[in-house]
Design a protein around this ligand. Structure first.
Ligand SMILES: NC(=O)c1ccc[n+]([C@@H]2O[C@H](COP(=O)([O-])OP(=O)(O)OC[C@H]3O[C@@H](n4cnc5c(N)ncnc54)[C@H](O)[C@@H]3O)[C@@H](O)[C@H]2O)c1
Length: 284
């Protein structure tokens, strides 16, 4: 259902690969809410993935770009302003990739060239986007920029590997640039920390199925899926969140505030099935 929350707004969405991608759902919701958008992904992803299909469906132009390449990013912002007819109101950075994870290098045996690539693709690319956009004066006053992150930036999650370091850097860049962009342009910069979600990038995480199940059992509201992430992004792009910036915002059903839940405890011990969440005996 549309509330016209983004009526008349112009946006750029990076990272829609296929219909499981979080960026794909955000793009669909943004257009539904009245925005006009451009889509960007790597030339390979555009060739191999389904981004073109989404472009046709949403009447959105595709601008192939490697988000680690500054010239590519300049092209995306300049062309997006031309195509959409003005400055950009919102940007989604939905990009992540670790060659170490792909090559199954463990955290105590990282390849450092690969680590540099992980950080560049998954975190520094957000800095590059903002630096390029600010130099081009491409973002409308009060605009909203978002990147997607994961709670492994704060706590250790088995198997998340060097992506944890990339997410910590991404969140730090968000604060540092948020300060500069807020002061001179009123531009908001935030990260949304999303539940584990079954996407192409997500399925690369070691033990993803078990992680999904564990966080489902821990989170009082259950895991947030890609549609939930899209809804949250729309609110953050809208004028309803004008004073929220430099934040890491959890969209995780409460997972990040939990220590232990009854159902996780029951799973672990096999006991306690006769108790409810408060510890009282369940009456037959
Ligand atoms: N899926 C999860 O469990 C989960 C949880 C929390 C956060 N996130 C984050 O959400 C974001 C989106 O991931 P997703 O789960 O939708 O998976 P996805 O695989 O659909 O999206 C990742 C995207 O990054 C793009 N990409 C990779 N290298 C790039 C580059 N050099 N330049 C431009 N684009 C590049 C890919 O082509 C792809 O479209 C990522 O930042 C991811 O870390 C995902």
């Amino acid at each position: 259902m549309s509330h016209n929350l983004l009526k008349g707004k112009r946006g750029i969405i990076f990272g829609a690969l296929n219909d499981m991608s979080i960026a794909w759902k955000v793009a669909e919701r943004a257009v539904e809410e009245g925005a006009t958008i451009t889509l960007s992904n790597t030339p390979v992803a555009v060739r191999m993935g389904e981004t073109n299909e989404l472009g046709k469906k949403l009447n959105a132009e595709i601008l192939p770009a490697d988000a680690t390449n500054v010239e590519d990013l300049e092209m995306v912002f300049v062309k997006s302003m031309e195509i959409l007819g003005g400055k950009i109101d919102f940007v989604l950075h939905s990009i992540g990739m670790s060659p170490n994870v792909r090559k199954k290098r463990t955290y105590d045996d990282l390849d450092y060239d690969m680590l540099t690539k992980t950080l560049d693709v998954s975190a520094i690319s957000f800095h590059k986007m903002m630096q390029v956009a600010r130099k081009l004066d491409a973002i409308e006053t009060g605009g909203s920029l978002l990147a997607l992150t994961y709670v492994a930036a704060q706590r250790v999650f088995y198997g998340y590997n060097d992506m944890a370091d990339a997410k910590a850097l991404l969140e730090s860049i968000t604060r540092s640039f948020g300060y500069i962009y807020g002061r001179d342009k009123g531009v908001r910069v935030n990260t949304i920390s999303q539940s584990p979600t079954m996407t192409t990038a997500g399925s690369g995480v070691k033990g993803m199925t078990d992680l999904l199940d564990f966080s489902e059992q821990m989170a009082p509201l259950g895991n947030a899926n890609a549609d939930d992430a899209a809804d949250y992004c729309i609110v953050m792009f809208s004028d309803l969140t004008r004073k929220i910036t430099m934040q890491n915002l959890y969209n995780d059903g409460g997972f990040s505030s939990m220590g232990m839940s009854l159902s996780a405890m029951q799973q672990y011990t096999g006991r306690g099935k006769d108790r409810d969440e408060t510890g009282n005996a369940i009456k037959e």
